[in-house]
Design a binder for this molecule. Structure first.
Ligand code: NDP
Length: 329
């Protein structure tokens, strides 16, 4: 038997509810590796899957948790053996496949990544999908020429999970970081992560009036999308790149193509879910190297399985600061 957060759906009302339940191991889904989960975390998508589903969950009862880290308990795949430390993000685990809000998970070996040297399972979940995606965004900006000294790098949704990790990594790499936040009370926190400038959300969240504004940002990690992303495009320096990661502020892009045509601005799409294995290993290695662990620790809010219904609702309202680490045991 093991404990899990189970989301059930009432067929008549269509309402979902999430409770911690004891479960028999034979209810685990098919897969070739069984993992004793140690830690999981809370991302925006987890908020959807703990709550109404957001169109991501196909069948109920469901065990959410898009990320987990733990120790291999049993493996039918040569790449893993009992005792190996592993991390999983993406592949729609926690959405269409049972996820990490449980003391045990059974998954495909292809979805796992061996834990990199220098990170333990708790730190891996302090990073989670949000931090992994922040690293992918920074790597994409670098692949398009960004280097320290190029000028200020903007991070939107800065006090959230993706934004906090992006801020810490970029500052560690020697970039001047400006963080956009709608929560002025997080200014000291963002500065402690390495942001040298705080931009108020309302300053930059207005519809585009002029397609080009002053060239202000060498690059941007954007977790917000919507009107904010449209506005940022017109503020980019010549040849600068924006890594589009999220849609916390909306999925529309009410922009013009002028920044692309007259300033050679690049808009880079970032997906963490279907990343190929080799790039996952590259990103986790970079995280172990370029994300200072004291900064990561400063982002962490600890939680247990029973806290998840509340935390899921909080993250959907943009009220979670930094990263939540869920100890499932
Ligand atoms: P969080 O909720 O932790 O962070 C989002 C932040 O965005 C909030 O903390 C807030 O920051 C800001 N924000 C929230 N609502 C609004 C709004 N209406 N307008 C402007 N800013 C807003 O979520 P995550 O960091 O985990 O994820 C961020 C986004 O990235 C989500 O949309 C998520 O779905 C997406 N994502 C995409 C991935 C991919 O593979 N492409 C992977 C992971 C996440 P502040 O308070 O500082 O203003």
């Amino acid at each position: 038997m093991f404990k899990a957060l189970v989301v059930s759906k009432d067929e008549e009302s269509g309402k979902t509810s999430a409770t911690v339940e004891e479960m028999d191991a034979d209810r685990l889904p098919a897969g070739d590796v069984t993992v004793a989960v140690e830690y999981s975390t809370v991302n925006y998508k987890d908020g959807l899957c703990i709550g109404p589903g957001g169109g991501l969950v196909r069948t109920y009862p469901h065990v959410p948790g898009i990320d987990f880290a733990g120790t291999v308990e049993a493996s039918e795949d040569d790449r893993y053996k009992p005792g190996d430390k592993v991390v999983l993000t993406g592949w729609r685990v926690g959405e269409v496949h049972w996820g990490g809000y449980a003391q045990k998970a059974r998954v495909k070996a292809d979805w796992l990544v061996p834990l990199p040297d220098g990170l333990d399972t708790r730190q891996a979940m302090a990073v989670g999908t949000a931090g992994f995606t922040a690293m992918l965004a920074v790597m994409a900006l670098e692949d398009h020429g960004l280097k320290a000294g190029d000028g200020p790098v903007l991070v939107t949704g800065a006090a959230g999970g993706v934004g906090s990790v992006a801020t810490a990594i970029l500052a560690h790499l020697g970039h001047e970081v400006a963080g956009v936040t709608g929560r002025p009370e997080t200014a000291e926190y963002l500065k402690s992560l390495g942001a040298s400038r705080i931009v108020a959300r309302e300053e930059i969240n207005e519809p585009v009036k002029r397609p080009l504004e002053a060239e202000t940002w060498a690059a941007c990690v954007d977790a917000v999308g919507g009107a904010m992303l449209a506005r940022v495009l017109g503020q980019m320096s010549y040849g600068g790149s924006v890594a589009a990661v999220g849609l916390a502020g909306g999925a529309a892009l009410p922009a013009t193509v002028i920044p692309f045509l007259l300033r050679g601005v690049n808009l880079l799409g970032i997906d963490s879910v279907m990343q190929p294995f080799d790039n996952r290993v590259r990103a986790w290695d970079r995280i172990a190297r370029d994300l200072p662990m004291d900064k990561l620790e400063a982002m962490v809010q600890p939680a247990g399985l029973s806290d998840l219904p509340q935390l899921g609702a909080d993250i959907l309202k943009g009220q979670v600061k930094g990263r939540v680490v869920v100890d499932v045991n």
